[in-house]
Write a protein that binds this ligand. Structure first.
Ligand SMILES: *Cc1c(COP(=O)(O)O)cnc(C)c1O
Length: 456
């Protein structure tokens, strides 16, 4: 007789038992790792994974408990752990426990947001949350809306697509500081060659934008950035919006990184002018502390979204829609779509604006403190006082090769995960602080580590 198939996620007792195994394996793996990332570099990590996996598709399975324990453990052991205070490269966030728990519930229920009959409550929840978040971005707009995306890349793509649907072959004009996904989206959509405006100071200057737009043929979408990837800077949004208005160009703001600063009473003034954009990208898997994916594209004028309308008879037949079944297919280019909104909804409700704003404030304060420490360290140079949570530093007098080598040494020794950024014609180490639990002592350790590893 054949054994029964493995239990489904809807069966609470097996799920809870397996969850216990997964949590134990996460803890054990992290203990073995002992630091922000595994020591030994790519080859050593790959060998440990290969040894643990053995055959990835065995003829006969090992059973749920063993498979979960073995693979979760090896993944945790070999993880770059964003919850470790010395893991501070990239906009790689330590997810909140409550968001991860909500994401588990989303996985267990598995609603799919491509049709109402697969997601009755999830689609209603998504509508509530996206309406609220769109109003946060566009407080004065009539009925702003937001789409849930997989992140800034997809949001930027959609923004360019919506601009193309408004104007035809629209040309992207963006600073050299803009995220690479924008130029890729222009390529993907077959748009005219984008214009890249030099940003030697790290932000898109209104005068430089004016020069780029003057005499620029055809319709234009200007993309500004609130929270640049390399330096965490915010383009001067009100002045750029003025330039766009004077030239009849649409403005998109990529606030994938900086957008959640809207939750902070103390710092939201940094985003003045954001609501003058036509579309705004916001990620909640950066400053927002969600497990990936949790992206948004906020849209000031909901009429822009009609361009995404699409009918597939099995998902949103006209008579179903006429009879009152919500039509969801126009809210994404994806078909099967996870309810990523659940974890965000739980987080917004649990923490409120004040709680989220406090997390933003903590990370901004940490960046200021780290900058203080770097300024005081005789062996280190600071690129500039931070605006958001990104601090660029480098050993004084080191050349770019030494800086790049230092970063790789810290990585392969498993001691710290720092990013890299070119600014001012030089290579810098980049600390992107997104962990609200990081302490001043942790930051002092980070500075000591960079100073101590400084090649002479
Ligand atoms: C992170 C980031 C992106 C890309 O977002 P993903 O969520 O990684 O797709 C785009 N723009 C900016 C400014 C970002 O910080």
């Amino acid at each position: 007789m054949r054994a029964a198939p493995p239990p489904l996620a809807s069966a609470p007792t097996p799920l809870s038992r397996l969850l216990g195994i997964a949590l134990d394996a996460l803890r054990e793996g992290a203990e073995v790792r002992g630091g922000p990332l595994p020591a030994g570099g790519p080859r050593a990590v790959a060998e440990r994974v290969r040894a643990a996996v053995g055959e990835a598709l065995p003829d006969t399975g090992t059973g749920a408990g063993e498979a979960l324990r073995t693979l979760v453990r090896v993944l945790a052991e070999g993880a770059a752990d964003p919850a470790h205070p010395l893991c501070a490269a990239h906009l790689h966030t330590p997810p909140l426990a409550l968001a991860a728990a909500a994401d588990l519930a989303a996985s267990a229920l598995n609603p799919s947001l491509d049709s109402w009959d697969q997601a009755p409550a999830a689609s209603a929840l998504e509508a509530e949350v996206t309406t609220a978040l769109a109003a946060e971005v566009f407080p004065a707009a009539d009925r702003p809306d937001a789409l849930v995306t997989t992140g800034g890349t997809e949001s930027n793509q959609l923004a360019l697509l919506l601009a193309r649907e408004r104007h035809g072959a629209v040309r992207l004009v963006a600073g050299a500081n803009a995220h690479h996904s924008l130029r890729r989206a222009a390529w993907l959509l077959g748009l005219p060659e984008p214009i890249t405006v030099p940003t030697p100071g790290g932000v898109l200057e209104p005068a430089a934008l004016t020069e780029a737009l003057t005499g620029c043929p055809g319709p234009v979408l200007v993309a500004a950035t609130a929270g640049t990837t390399d330096e965490g800077l915010i383009d001067p949004l009100p002045a750029l919006a003025d330039v766009c208005a004077a030239h009849g160009a649409d403005l998109h703001v990529d606030a994938a990184y900086g957008g959640p600063v809207l939750f902070s009473r103390t710092h939201r003034h940094l985003l003045a002018g954001l609501d003058r954009a036509r579309t705004v990208t916001v990620d909640l898997h950066k400053l927002g502390w969600q497990p990936a994916a949790a992206g948004l594209l906020a849209v000031r004028d909901p009429a822009d979204l009609t361009a995404l309308g699409h009918t597939a008879d099995y998902l949103n037949a006209g008579d179903d829609t006429d009879a009152g079944l919500p039509d969801l297919l126009g809210r994404s280019l994806r078909t099967t779509r996870r309810p990523d909104v659940l974890k965000a909804a739980v987080t917004l409700r649990a923490l409120g604006r004040a709680g989220l704003g406090d997390l933003v404030d903590r990370c901004v304060e940490q960046a200021q403190h780290l900058a203080d420490l770097v300024e005081k360290a005789p062996g280190l140079d600071l690129r500039a006082r931070p605006v958001l949570t990104t601090v660029l530093l480098r050993p004084a007098g080191a050349d770019d090769t030494a800086v790049a080598g230092l970063r790789r040494t810290l990585l392969t020794e498993g001691r710290a995960v720092l990013g890299r950024a070119t600014a001012d014609g030089r290579l810098w180490l980049k600390a992107t602080l997104l962990n609200p639990h990081t302490t001043p002592d942790d930051l002092a350790r980070l500075v000591a580590l960079v100073e101590g590893s400084t090649p002479r």
